[in-house]
Each structure stands twice: as C-alpha cells, then as structure tokens.
Design a protein around this ligand. Sequence first.
Ligand code: SF4
Ligand code: SF4
Length: 440
Amino acid sequence: MAHTFFGGVFPATRKESTRRKPLAQLSQPPREVAIPLLMCSDGPSVPVVRPGDPVSLGQVIARRGDCGVAIHASVSGRVTAIQDRPHPWGGSSPAILIENDGQNTPCPQRPQPVEAQNVELPLLLERVQAAGIVGMRGEAAPTWEKLARAAGRVDTLIVNVAECEPYVTADYRLLLERSEKILLGASVVARCLGAQRAVIVTEGDKLRAVESLERRLLRRGHSVQLCTVRTRYPLGAEKQIIQTVTGREVPPGGSALDASCVVLNVATLYAVQDALFRGRPLTHRAVTVTGGAVTRPRNLWVPIGTPLRILLESAGGLREEADLMLTGGPMMGVALEELDAPVIKDTNSLICLTAGERKPGGSGTTCIRCGKCVSCCPMHLAPVFVRQALEAGDRERLAKYRVEDCISCGCCSFICPAQLPLVETMIWARAALEEGGDRL
Ligand code: SF4
Ligand code: SF4
C-alpha cells in the first residue's frame, strides 16, 4: 500500500518518444574517451596511469585518495594525455584521455564473479568500492560508504525507478530489459544489510515494466516487492520516496537512516550486481537522448567518457536548433553550453529542447500572492516569503524559513504563474545565510 507525500507538481511527462526504444549501442564507437577524475561528489580521484600507457577495458586508471572513487577504463587503447576538459557539472576538470583501439580487450585482473548465496556484507562493500560505484542519479556519493552506514540500521531497501523528471526513460528501459539481474541484486543487497524487505518503486505510467516485473515476482515467489505509484514530481527524491513507501517522514536535516531506509537508484543497483556476479566495474551506463530538437530520440548504452556530441550523432543529430541543452532533466538538470563534456557516472540523459518546449523562464513579473509555491513545496517551505525577506534584506526573518531544507526540486519555479525564479531565490538565500554578516 503506497502512502503519499505533501506537495509536488504534474509536469507533462514527454516520455513517449523514447519509452519504447530499447537500450542500443552507439552507431559509431568513440575514437577517444575523456574520463574525468571528478565523478564523485566528495572530490576528484588520483590518476594511476600516465600518457603513453596501454590500458584494457575495466583496468583501474584512477584510485580514491582522500576523496573520490576508483575509476576504470571504459575502452581499451592507449592513454594520450591527462588534461582539462569540459565537465557536465559545469566548468572544466582534469580528465584521462584514452585513444580507443576498438578492441574492447578485457582487463586480465578482473575480480572473479561470485555466487549470490556466497555474498556477505564485507565482500559486498569490497566489490562495490573496487568497482567505483557512486549514486548514479543526482548524488554521486560513494555507494560502498552508503551501504556501510546502512548495514544493520535499516529495515527497508528501496530501489528507486521513479524517474519523475520529464523526458528521461533510461532507468525504465534498464528495469524492463534487465529485471532478472535487478531482482537478484535487490534481494542480495537487502540480505547483506539486514533489511527485512526490498521494494522496487515505479511510476504508474510505466506499465510494461510493471507488468513484466509482476509476472516474474509471482512466478518466483520473490522476496522483492513492487510498489507502483501515481506519477508526481518529485517522487524520485529520497525523502519523498521514503514517505511514499513507508509512510515515515525523514526529519529536517536528517537522512534516510533516520527512517530506517536506504535508497538505491536502479542504475546503481544494476552496477552493484554487475560488480558482484560478473566481476565488472562501472564503465558503461544507460543514457536517454531526447527532446524536440533531436532527430531520432533514443536510449543508449554508452562507455563512460564518451563525449555527449557522439551520443547526439547516434540519435541523428539536431533536426532544429536547440534552445536549451541539459543533462539530468528539465526540472533539476544542469544546462550545457556545448556538447564537448563527456558522459560521467551520474549522467542519465542529454535533452535538447526547442524554444517551443522550453518553459518561459527569466526575470518574471510580480508576485500575485496565489500561494501555489507554498502548497506545492514537498519540503513545506514558503518560497514567496523567502523572496520577500531576501528583497528586504531581513536576515532575522530569512533565518526562520529553513532554506537549508530546500532540495532544489524546482516545483515552485515550475508552478509560479508570475514566472519568478524561485529555486534560484532559495539558492541565493542559503548562500546569503551561510556567508554571514549583518546585511544581506
Ligand atoms: S525548490 Fe525548494 S522551495 Fe522550491 S518547491 Fe522545491 S524544495 Fe520547495
Ligand atoms: S507562486 Fe509565484 S506568484 Fe504565487 S505566491 Fe508564489 S511567488 Fe507569488
């Protein structure tokens, strides 16, 4: 029985153009991949190869230092340079450039696959750490740390397939096409963590995935449960999905562990089972290439480090000028200046929107005090009052509005009839409070 969460909005899903497109290979493999050292939210990794070194598919090319995660070659070939390249999170970052020899020669030091019944917590953590797995949608934090913190403290593992961002269907295709592996991964991870149940959460409009999964669960008498929820944004956010599945509310400033839950995105869980049962590190991922400006929208299975430009070429290029290009989704995604940045571990989409598809944003008009930004905020915040306090330079009032709880979901900006930049307002307010000083 699904519960619900407060607030949220119903943007047009716009998933029709890719939801029936199976995960496909690139039409041309990349001649060169640029694998950034920064692919983890806690900082960059340390390279362990030098220009001129030959590398094989899955070989470690960077390791965790004080921060970061292990990084592996996603093609075989030769390292040509380590130099700054555009990064999909913005700006540039050092990247290991590998000239692809097209052979995909596997690394001989690959760990041996293990049987599901032989996986215990220490082995799970060791394999996940060695495979360089991070949260593959949004957070990009080391997954082994998340699992280590959760062990013995959770009763529910939630597998998040609630891909509530419009346009994106990469997780849906992964669930639909590789559900056996995902089910096995979920049951093993739940057992290792001591969780009594594993719940896969999908949106109600993902019917084929849901039906096929339900058939498998019934046939096998599986320990994994399925929870289908009506599509509402931001269902996929961690606190909202926990409340939806368990009815428990994560306290302000708290984490999933305070609700005895751990949440893994389905792509992350797939990478975990790949590391365990096939000895494969995280070198490839599913990416949706879509938007009204794209000639042939599709879902692709691509080597990490592939320039986004190559993905767009595999989708037939642009059929008209893109007014906005972004990764991540139109609600919380990151706008791209150009397409030289590569796919990294948390890149789930490349979306190229026409001027007609793009919601008119910008400076906005005047607040009409409709209250919609308050009633849609899933974190019970009041962006309209934050904006007023910020404009008045009233720090004391601003400090009362819990701006630190904002999850930047974008619901308030989406719904505001005056088109005010409310997410940006929340970000500015948080920065102003953190900077300190008497005046804003
Ligand atoms: S962006 Fe922040 S303030 Fe706006 S609706 Fe989301 S959580 Fe609330
Ligand atoms: S939604 Fe926009 S117009 Fe309505 S109260 Fe909030 S800021 Fe004002």
